[in-house]
Design a protein. Structure first.
Length: 84
């Protein structure tokens, strides 16, 4: 044991080393568990906080514009694009 290092410093270094080893062991274990068949885990535990996702696209709607509406829209586009 070095003469210029106190018992408290040696104990602190040992505790930090032990905590580091425990942290690395735990992290390795968590990462290994998450890599084993991730699709099976996701299917077994869905996220209940999110709404169910659609499996089909939404219905597409379209509206035919009258000539007056087309002219008004073209005028609006011209008005908004003048600043560019």
């Amino acid at each position: 044991m070095p003469e210029h290092v106190s018992i408290l410093q040696l104990t602190g270094a040992a505790v930090l080393a032990l905590a580091t080893v425990a942290w690395v062991f735990g992290l390795t274990r968590v990462l290994r568990r998450s890599l084993v068949e991730p699709t099976a885990w996701h299917a077994a535990y869905p996220l209940h906080g999110l709404p169910n996702q659609r499996h089909t696209a939404p219905h597409v709607e379209s509206v035919e514009l009258t000539p007056a509406e087309r002219d008004a829209f073209a005028g609006l586009v011209r008005q908004l694009s003048d600043g560019r």
